[in-house]
Write a protein that binds this ligand. Structure first.
Ligand code: KE4
Length: 425
């Protein structure tokens, strides 16, 4: 551990909290964050050369496993031709075509460098297209750190118990309506009261930032119908679920067509890429065609495009998602079996390569239900797994991720370690 402690102490002198993203700081679970030196396939090694089986996968991007040789090769080949030009490249066209081909609701797409940029712009575009000020989001959903979305948000804000960030003036969020996830009646009410002022509803169609929480039957369909009825836009924030839960994201699983979709994580294969796309008539309101401005020095960066294209290509292999979902189910079913054998209230859920574990008797359908789980027990479990080489998300309010590199032996090794860990919580 010493090297991690040394590095953490040193990091804190120049980086707030020693990290460049709060959820990495282990503050909700306690202990010292692991400074990762390298990763390969399902594994990461920290500064002490301790090896971990990784179930965070960079919070979603590492769906192929870390440092996939074909992705690394594509990055190396792109890099030698120059890192960034600030001018259009063919690679951007190729990834745009790949996204349009794969995501049913996307006719045109704009590339950016993060999920936050994607959702921030999607909101602005919805307001510009409709001429309306209000937006609807759901408590516990996290859409990145744009001001108007940092209200009762999930992920790190939830982890630290400050779901609404300081530094955001009330005026900036006066138009943000926050409702309970899976509560369609509340959405109907909101539209009844302010329907013609609502520009959009933004939702994680399967929530992953309050732990994994699936939509109840009818919820997404209801959002689609209400947005259509009132002329508001439905935004699926598929930054996490896009190409993670299936080859076409949640919209492929459900057949529901949002007006705008936001993407990131997997489409960058570990490099900084975000995207937002949707109906052509909406997207054409973007500069330079229309009045909604958005820009980015590194948008469509050629090296990042190479990583994303190589990743998307490998995801297209026949049976990829069936195998990924099967491995993820082996993990969740095995964990549940061992937790119950240890007499613990425990359940788990999964969609494609994304999973949630809960120290409670029932799978949650809301943030309130997630919060009723035994969070203290999760923290003990997290450390009991970490000390024996399994790296879970350092928060009870995050989803976990399995990669194509998590084969049967890796899953079995994880379950053997979990059996010991359950005995200690
Ligand atoms: P980024 O700006 O972090 O690339 O994306 C923001 C974002 C938007 N929408 C959804 C559904 C997301 O899950 C995210 C980011 N997810 C978190 C993990 N829960 C990123 C981890 C972090 O903040 O360090």
């Amino acid at each position: 551990m010493p090297r991690n402690n040394e590095l953490f102490e040193r990091a804190c002198h120049t980086i707030p909290g020693g990290v460049n993203s709060p959820v990495r700081a282990f503050r909700s679970v306690g202990g010292t964050p692991r400074f990762i030196k390298r990763a390969q396939g399902p594994y990461m090694w920290d500064a002490n050369d301790t090896r971990y089986i990784d179930y965070v996968g960079s919070w979603g991007p590492a769906i192929l496993g870390h440092a996939h040789p074909k992705v690394v090769k594509a990055v190396q080949e792109a890099a030698v031709d120059g890192l960034s030009f600030g001018a259009p490249t063919e690679a951007e066209i190729r990834i745009a075509e790949a996204i349009v081909e794969r995501m049913p609701s996307i006719e045109k797409v704009r590339l950016v460098s993060s999920g936050t940029e994607a959702t921030m712009t999607a909101i602005r575009l919805a307001r510009g297209f409709t001429g309306r000020p209000k937006i609807v989001k759901f408590e516990g959903c996290y859409h990145g750190h744009a001001d108007s979305l940092l209200v009762k948000a999930g992920s790190g804000l939830l982890t630290f118990g400050n779901p609404t960030s300081s530094g955001v003036p009330a005026e900036f969020i006066q138009h943000t309506i926050v409702l309970d996830f899976n509560n369609l009646h509340a959405v109907e009410q909101a539209f009844k009261e302010a329907g013609h002022d609502i520009a959009c509803v933004i939702v994680e169609p399967i929530a992953g930032n309050m732990n994994l929480v699936k939509p109840v039957p009818g919820f997404l369909e209801g959002l689609r119908a209400l947005c259509t009825q009132y002329g508001a836009l439905l935004i699926f924030d598929e930054v996490m679920t896009g190409f993670r839960v299936g080859p076409q994201g949640v919209q492929g699983l459900t057949g529901i067509r949002p007006d705008i979709t936001t993407l990131a994580k997997v489409i960058g294969g570990g490099m900084p890429v975000g995207a937002f796309g949707g109906r052509a008539d909406i997207m054409e309101h973007l500069a330079p065609l229309g009045g909604v401005y958005q820009a980015g020095t590194l948008s469509g960066n050629p090296v990042a495009m190479a990583a994303g294209l190589a990743t998307l290509e490998l995801l297209s292999e026949p049976g990829f998602y069936d195998r990924l979902a099967a491995q993820t189910r082996k993990l969740t079913e095995g964990l549940t079996e061992r937790a119950h054998a240890a007499g613990l209230p425990f359940c788990a859920d999964s969609v494609g390569g994304m999973f949630g574990i809960y120290f409670s008797d029932t799978v949650p359908t809301s943030l309130a239900e997630v919060s009723q789980g035994n969070i203290e027990r999760f923290k003990k479990f997290f450390h009991a797994m970490l000390i024996h080489g399994v790296y879970l998300a350092p928060s009870a309010f995050e989803a976990g991720f399995v990669s194509a590199a998590h084969d049967d032996a890796i899953i079995q090794e994880t379950l053997d370690i979990a059996e010991q860990a359950f005995a200690k919580v």
